[in-house]
Design a protein around this ligand. Sequence first.
Ligand code: MG
Length: 384
Amino acid sequence: MPTNPNPRAVSESDPGAPLLTRAFPAPSHAHRTPFQRDRERIVQARAFRRLAGKTQVFTSRASDHFRSRLTHTMEVAQIARHVACALDLNEDLAEALALVHDIGHPPFGHAGERALDRCLQRHGLRFDHNIHALRIVEHFEQRYAAHRGLNLTLGVREGIIKHSRDYSATTHPELAIYFLDQAPPLEAQIIDLADEIAYLTADLDDGVESGLLQIAHVRQHVRILSRCFDSVERIHPTVDEKYLFHEALQLMQNILTDDLIANTRANLAASSLDSLEAIRQHRTRVATFSPEVESERLQEKKYLYDVLYTCPELEVEHDKAEEVVTALFNYWMDNPNELPDGYVEEIETEGMARVVADYIAGMTDAYILLQYAVVKRCPRLIRA
Ligand code: MG
């Protein structure tokens, strides 16, 4: 029996709805909805394939088992789709947004992003991975005869910009078409939290795999993991701790996901937000964890920051990322004729610093290290 569509979800029933519009005309498809088409355009983009070669937290040089940005993205996509389904939202939009959410990240994880931002600040600019993601899907991807970019719907482009933070039209007038005075739809609101669920689970897993975290220490200091561990240990009292740890991680991911679903449902039930329009006009985000789980989330996040992300072993990698990104940025600023032709053409409109940052941001870890090795052979070309 057909059910009534959820009025709080982004609908694809009216082909002329603003969120379904594209910058360039594209005839509708007989068998695929607009957001299904966007999902496929994202998966077939070069920048999406390069996520396989980009660091999430640990470089793949150290182990084949660590998450890359691509496998992290897939984990976020499955959580987002699950949450969207449970809340009766538009699953295809949520999945497309999850698949594209990290496409703007440079090599070497957050260390690479910080280094690139520092380089740009010396030229009065900033690096922001959401804005860079928009530049990728609107400009850098070239797959169509009639236009540059992937020609994604306005709904997906808005979600790229707004899923994790709010931008002001005063500081970012170029983003004014993305309804900056409105909250994003629920499909975009859940992406940032699906991202949190994915990495809070994965970083404990990869942290133990790397040897930088010890199961006993995690159990002692991470409240949410501790209660999950106690619970699985009661069921399997004689099983080795490494298997209990994996069971506990799975339970933790389920608790976080189920809490997000239940609490968002409760927020909606307690409110008068009965339409997409009402959610967009609401000042604060509706998709949230419960206060208890939110406090556990923040406690784990602090643990990961203090014990893992800033540990001496990873700081060595961060310093190396800073060195490589900064040296290459300076090199191409001093030798713009060494940039690929397509980038040289952009200098007139975008300015040299932005073009050099765009070039570096697109690289995988392996490619940027190769470039660094080549450039280092010509020390006269690098600033002292
Ligand atoms: Mg992410």
